[in-house]
Design a binder for this molecule. Structure first.
Ligand code: HEM
Length: 220
């Protein structure tokens, strides 16, 4: 598709180096982010068995062990809230930056033209002005009535504005499918010898991975 894409104004296709850059970007932006978000989601579910139980019951009820359709996955409302909450506490892209094209006043300061302005979802997602008990994992924060009461940019794991993540819907769909299918089959418990240490690399990731004990769910 990228090879046959043409600029609508000039009719020009991409040079091979442009094509390579686009592909590398898609892999970089789309793979590690979603993988680490899944790792953190499994960490939170392994340490909050009550939440995992609710998400499992919902998955079993709606999918009954089958591969599932998009419509069925769309009904996994609580599981989706658990993913949103995991992206709040551990946003894989924990900071983004912008460069003002002109001096820009903000809250009594001036952001000078050409400067580097760093904006952190991690900091905003735990800001006590917008979140009660900010460090607590509580998927029901994303119940519609509670989510609507917050300002738009209290939560932005996928960024915002014209450079909003291109793959947000794909990432969320993929995560709902993976988490639902794992929970239907397995109980996860954090391995006692596993050390969970966040590491602020390019992506916010668990430095030593997330080690869990996996036990098969017994069907009645
Ligand atoms: C949980 C998974 C993901 C997270 C947390 C995430 C987060 C983000 C964030 C915060 C930005 C904005 C960066 C900025 O404002 O400077 C962004 C941009 C982007 N993301 Fe994602 N992303 C995820 C998955 C994906 C996937 C699956 C794809 C593609 C398959 C993707 C493709 C992109 C692209 C192409 C951009 C640049 C958009 C632009 O500048 O116009 N992302 N992502």
């Amino acid at each position: 598709m990228l090879r046959s894409a043409r600029d609508p104004q000039t009719g020009r296709g991409m040079r091979s180096d442009e094509l390579r850059d686009e592909l590398i970007n898609l892999f970089l932006a789309g793979h590690e982010t979603t993988a680490q978000a899944l790792a953190w989601t499994f960490y939170f579910l392994a340490t909050h068995p009550d939440c995992a139980g609710r998400a499992r019951a919902e998955s079993v009820q709606n999918l009954s062990g089958a591969a599932g359709t998009a419509e069925q996955y769309g009904r996994l409302v609580y599981l989706r809230r658990a993913i949103d909450e995991s992206l709040r506490l551990m946003p894989p892209i924990f900071m983004v930056s912008r460069t003002p094209v002109a001096d820009e006043p903000l809250g009594g300061f001036v952001m000078p033209e050409g400067s580097l302005v760093v904006i952190s979802p991690y900091v905003m997602h735990r800001h006590p002005m917008y979140w009660d008990a900010p460090d607590r994992f509580d998927p029901d924060r994303f119940a519609p009535e509670r989510a609507m009461a917050r300002p738009r940019y209290a939560y932005f794991p996928f960024g915002g504005g014209p450079r909003l993540c291109l793959g947000a819907h794909l990432a969320l769909s993929e995560m709902v499918v993976v988490v639902a299918r794992v929970l239907q089959k397995f109980h996860l418990a954090l391995a006692p010898d596993g050390r969970v240490v966040p590491e602020a690399a390019l992506i916010l990731r668990p430095k030593h991975g997330i080690r869990v004990h996996v036990r098969r769910v017994q069907r009645p």
